[in-house]
Design a protein around this ligand. Structure first.
Ligand code: PMV
Length: 326
């Protein structure tokens, strides 16, 4: 049992996963498409150690019972595959604020899965790693792949996995991540997924999603940035409509979120190609092309409610690294 460290990029969904048809297996109601984000990374070291009497989990320098329980439950899945009961030490850190709607659980559980499998020297395919990652966190299913990723909408655990539509070098798109708050988001995606069905618009969303996935795949294939951006922005607004109209309304946005959305639209009016998308948090992803990254970051950085800007580009699949965290 060796010590293994994995670096995994987070991702941003262009077509969002929202609602589950199987809670325990984390089977999504619909397929989704994302871009991996180099610059928003999780690094995780795992070592299984016979001398431990329980899993020892440290995330961002802290140990917390709730997080340890979720990590242990996931390690059990990996242990089962390897036929071992040995506990593990896990240390993990992110290069971006966690719990703020920037998909830290996606990169976190993909990194954990890959590092645990490597530590136990399990020989798993990318598909098997994606399926395993999915059971820890839905978005981790996509984070197991690199570049432009599609999570296939299978009805069983074996058919619900992700594939790379295009690899990391295919098309240079930038994501200017605008942080308006670093506090923990108020909406947990678990409660949100459950509430989705209570929105009167949810069925209409599901009815139209296949068409949208097809259009997004075509935009990627044709490297048509304007179509990709405007589809992603409309999709984000549709997704937030579901949140807003759930039986218990879920309002993810902060005043700073709206300030950024409006500024992105104003930038477009003066010819800067940029489009926003937002997950269950308040921070905003702004997609743009490399030659406009600087102006987008500068202009959005001037807004009164913006705390900081992070720059990301298309990211690779999980990588093993030698710099262990312990
Ligand atoms: O993986 P979860 O349960 O945190 O779900 C997150 C879903 C969204 O981020 C809102 C959309 C997506 O596809 O990433």
């Amino acid at each position: 049992m060796k010590k293994a460290t994995i670096k995994t990029a987070s991702d941003i969904a262009l077509i969002k996963y929202w609602g589950k048809k199987d809670e325990e297996l984390r089977l999504p109601e619909n397929g989704s498409i994302s871009i991996k984000l180099d610059g928003l990374d999780t690094i995780t070291t795992v070592e299984f150690d016979e001398s431990l009497s329980a899993d020892d989990v440290t995330i961002e320098g802290e140990s917390n019972n709730e997080e340890t329980a979720r990590v242990s439950k996931h390690l059990d899945r990996v242990r089962k595959l390897a036929g071992t009961k040995v506990f593990a030490k896990v240390v993990s850190k992110n290069t971006f604020p966690k719990g703020t709607g920037l998909s830290s659980s996606g990169s976190g559980f993909a990194a954990l899965t890959f590092a645990a499998a490597a530590s136990l020297e399990l020989d798993l395919s990318e598909r098997e790693l994606s399926i395993l990652s999915r059971q820890g966190s839905g978005t981790a299913c996509r984070c197991a792949c690199g570049g432009f990723v599609e999570w296939l909408d299978g009805d069983t655990s074996e058919t619900s996995y992700s594939v790379s539509l295009q690899n990391v070098d295919y098309w240079d798109i930038r994501d200017v991540v605008v942080v308006v708050d670093e506090g923990k988001k108020k909406i947990s995606s678990t409660e949100g997924h459950e509430a989705a069905r209570t929105s009167p618009f949810y069925q209409a969303r599901l009815d139209g999603i296949q068409k949208k996935i097809g259009q997004m795949k075509q935009a990627i294939e044709q490297k048509d940035f304007m179509t990709l951006g405007s589809l992603a922005e409309k999709e984000a607004l549709e997704f937030h409509t579901i949140l807003l109209t759930s039986e218990v309304p879920l309002i993810a946005w902060y005043p700073g979120t709206v300030e950024v959305m409006q500024a992105v639209m104003s930038l477009r009016e003066v010819g800067v190609p940029c489009y926003f998308t937002i997950n269950t948090g308040f921070n905003v992803h702004v997609l743009t092309l490399p030659e406009y990254e600087k102006v987008v970051a500068e202009e959005l950085g001037k807004l009164s409610l913006v705390k900081k800007i992070l720059l990301a580009k298309v990211g690779p699949k999980p990588q093993g690294i030698d710099q262990h965290l312990f």
